[in-house]
Design a protein around this ligand. Structure first.
Ligand code: SF4
Length: 305
């Protein structure tokens, strides 16, 4: 029995083949780093942690070919989702974006496009462009929320509000664009009720997917300084697995689970150690689901308060 609605199974069924994401680097920036919103970035962000491993400096088409070749050999994948993950990938001139997005879907083996961005980087022009791209390919937009608590967003130095996320998600959905929200569990000062509010918001906004991350401390971040000063506590693996299952039980069963772990290179990760062990996290969450005999959406219609 599938205890949660996984994106991997969904894509395999939809495209009749193993689907693999190919990360591309469009050399974007971020308004929370270039001074438009802020300069320091989010307290947990080290942009090096999600830089694509494929050759830097190459064009998008070259990166795509390289990524596809690698994934075919290494993962026996047959279909691909081009993925702009690094920085804020709608934060540029729409003409430039159009060309990059079109290049990213130019290979016949590309089944779709995923674009990660901030809620405050969706202007009317960008939404028009995304709607156009959505007609050409299987598109989804990854939008960072992290939490539905504005005070925590301020602590995280996100420089956007919960309302910004709500407005962006509503506009995107109105334009027929699928939204995958990013959230983080174990944030400083957050309680169970914050977690429940975050899940409730996602359910209410009828988002399409969610990426659940554990708070982890990366080198050269403000969070690393806070961790060194003993100002934050990082969850144990079992605590995290239990929280993930709490979220899954309350989530609308239709929402696709894109992941429930953070994934950063070992050499950049300070804590927790378990964060770099994806399999251990998967196993812990699966074991917790089994132990409770529960599944995604079991408490969806009657969320606890
Ligand atoms: S996490 Fe995203 S929004 Fe925050 S500073 Fe890094 S790139 Fe910008």
């Amino acid at each position: 029995m599938e205890r949660y609605n996984s994106i991997g199974n969904y894509l395999k069924q939809k495209f009749g083949a193993k689907v693999f994401k190919v990360s591309l680097n469009g050399n974007f920036s971020c308004p929370n780093r270039d001074g438009i919103k802020g300069t320091g970035g989010c307290i947990y962000c080290n942009p090096e942690s999600n830089r694509p491993f494929i050759s830097q400096g190459n064009t998008i088409k070259e990166q795509l070919l390289e990524g596809i070749e690698y994934a075919k050999k290494r993962h026996q994948a047959a279909k691909f989702i081009s993925y702009f993950q690094h920085y804020s990938n709608t934060y540029a001139d729409p003409k430039e974006l159009k060309s990059l997005y079109n290049d990213a879907i130019s290979d016949p083996d590309v089944a779709g496009l995923a674009i990660s961005t901030r809620p405050d980087c969706l202007t009317a022009d960008i939404l028009d462009l995304l709607s156009e791209i959505n007609q050409k390919t299987f598109l989804w937009l990854e939008l960072g929320l992290q939490t539905a608590n504005d005070a925590t967003l301020r602590t995280l130095n996100r420089h956007h509000s919960v309302k910004d996320f709500e407005n962006a998600a509503i506009l995107a959905v109105k334009n027929g664009i699928k939204i995958c929200a990013h959230i983080i569990l174990g944030l400083p000062g957050e309680t169970r009720s914050d977690l429940l509010n975050t899940i409730e918001l996602l359910n209410n906004l009828k988002i399409w997917g969610v990426k659940i991350h554990n708070l982890h401390v990366l080198k050269e971040t403000e969070l690393a300084k806070m961790y060194a000063r003993g100002e934050i506590r990082i969850l144990e693996l079992q605590e995290y697995a239990s929280m993930v299952v709490d979220c899954l039980e309350l989530l609308d069963p239709k929402i696709l689970i894109h992941r429930f772990n953070s994934h950063s290179p070992k050499d950049l990760t300070i804590a927790p150690e378990w964060s770099v062990n994806k399999l251990a996290i998967l196993n812990s969450v699966h074991n917790e689901l089994l132990k409770r005999g529960t599944w995604q959406g079991r408490l969806f219609s009657t969320p606890e308060k």
